[in-house]
Design a protein. Structure first.
Length: 186
């Protein structure tokens, strides 16, 4: 019997309901995701000065954070990295922004260690990482990352199809003239 079925049977027998994310985590996605994140270069391209300044672990922490703030399982890491190119370039020439990132990552890890005894990058469950993120969500650091990601991810025509979004409609007379009855992307 494979591990997916064993997990499913165990959860049913113990009375737990299995969410989609829970199933993915238990079925090996956690292992694959952990290996991908641990071997990934991070949110900033590895060859940028910003990535070198904040360090490899902090860079990987930013990527994990980005994926937790906007958790689209079907998006590749490259889409998260693409939207951070302007932030990385800005951080290279703006010491205040670089300090904000460095101090923000330290605060994120401090909160993680206080709650779970380990760095943010090493927290295994998404639920626990989200708890940490909620604890720092009022910080300028969190708001900066969240804002840049939101605008970069959802304004990227390259990935609209992955979300089932047909793109802007104003050039075509609006949605009334462009599939209003077919709004299945909401």
């Amino acid at each position: 019997m494979n591990n997916d079925k064993k997990l499913s049977q165990h959860l049913k027998a113990s009375g737990h309901r299995m969410s989609r994310r829970g199933f993915l985590a238990g079925s090996g996605a956690t292992l694959v995701g952990s290996v991908a994140i641990l071997s990934a270069t991070g949110l900033f391209a590895a060859d940028t000065q910003a990535a070198k300044q904040i360090g490899e672990e902090s860079n990987r922490t930013l990527l994990r954070m980005a994926r937790d703030v906007y958790p689209h399982d079907t998006l590749e890491d490259k889409y998260y990295r693409q939207v951070m190119v302007p932030l990385a370039k800005q951080a290279e020439s703006d010491p205040k922004l670089m300090d904000q990132l460095t101090i923000g990552i330290q605060a994120l890890n401090q909160e993680s260690k206080a709650r779970y005894g380990t760095s943010y990058l090493n927290i295994e469950t998404e639920e626990e990482r989200v708890t940490v993120l909620k604890a720092i969500e009022a910080s300028a650091f969190f708001q900066k990352i969240k804002g840049d990601l939101m605008m970069g991810i959802y304004n990227n025509p390259e990935i609209w199809e992955k979300f089932g979004f047909g793109g802007s409609s104003w050039q075509h007379g609006g949605y009334i003239n462009r599939g209003y009855d077919e709004i299945d992307w909401i």
